[in-house]
Design a protein. Structure first.
Length: 194
C-alpha cells in the first residue's frame, strides 16, 4: 500500500506544481504503473480519509489535489480563463482547419488541462499530411502573423499569442528518442483535439 501512496502522491505532485487538480480518470491516465481504476479509486478514497488528498466538485466532476480547497478554487478560475483564451483563438483555429495539409490540431500545455494563467500563451499541436509539415508550418505561421497572434521570437510566454510548439509529419508521428521524457509524455497525454 505504501508504494501506491507514493505513486499517487508523485502523480498528483507533478500537477500540483501547475496548480491543477485531477479527476480519478486523469490520475489513472497519468499513473506511472498499471493499476485498475477500481483499485485506484479505493486507494484514493483512503488517501482522502487520511487527509493526504483533498477533494471537491467542480461542476459535476470530483477533483483531487494535494493543495487543498485553495488549489481547487484557483483551478475553477483557471478553467474559466482557459475557455476565454480558447475562444479568443477560435477564428485562428477555424482558419487552420481549412488548410488542406493540416490533418490534426490539438491544444497542449496549460489550456489542455484548463489551468491557464492570465499571461499564458496558446500552445498548439499540429499534424500535417504526409511530407507536408513545412507547408503546414508555413500556413500556420502566416495566419498567426496576419491575425496578430504570432508569439514573439525569444519569449517563453506571450499572453494570448499562439505558440506552435509541436509539429509532426503525418508519415511519422513518433517522438524522437532524444526527446522522450516525462514532460513530453504529459504534453501528449493531456492534449485536447480541436
Amino acid at each position: 500500500m505504501i508504494a501506491r501512496k507514493d505513486l499517487t502522491v508523485k502523480t498528483l505532485s507533478y500537477f500540483h506544481h501547475f496548480h491543477t487538480p485531477l479527476t480519478l480518470q486523469q490520475i489513472h491516465i497519468f499513473y506511472p504503473k498499471a493499476i485498475s481504476l477500481h483499485s485506484l479509486e479505493k486507494h484514493v478514497k483512503l488517501l482522502c480519509k487520511e487527509k493526504t488528498l483533498h477533494k471537491d466538485f467542480i461542476d459535476i466532476d470530483l477533483y483531487y489535489t494535494l493543495g487543498g480547497i485553495r488549489e481547487i478554487d484557483r483551478y475553477k478560475k483557471a478553467r474559466a480563463l482557459s475557455k476565454e483564451k480558447t475562444q479568443r483563438a477560435q477564428t485562428y483555429l477555424s482558419s487552420l482547419e481549412r488548410v488542406p495539409v493540416i490533418q490534426f490540431i490539438g491544444l497542449s500545455g496549460s489550456l489542455a488541462m484548463d489551468s491557464a494563467k492570465e499571461n499564458d500563451d496558446i500552445d498548439l499541436f499540429i499534424i500535417s499530411a504526409d511530407r507536408r509539415m513545412w507547408t503546414a508550418r508555413f500556413f500556420s505561421i502566416i495566419l498567426a502573423y496576419i491575425m496578430g497572434l504570432k508569439r514573439r521570437r525569444g519569449t517563453r510566454s506571450d499572453k494570448d499569442k499562439v505558440c506552435l510548439n509541436l509539429f509532426f509529419d503525418g508519415r511519422d508521428v513518433s517522438i524522437p528518442i532524444e526527446k522522450r521524457n516525462a514532460f513530453v509524455g504529459h504534453e501528449l497525454l493531456q492534449m485536447k483535439p480541436i
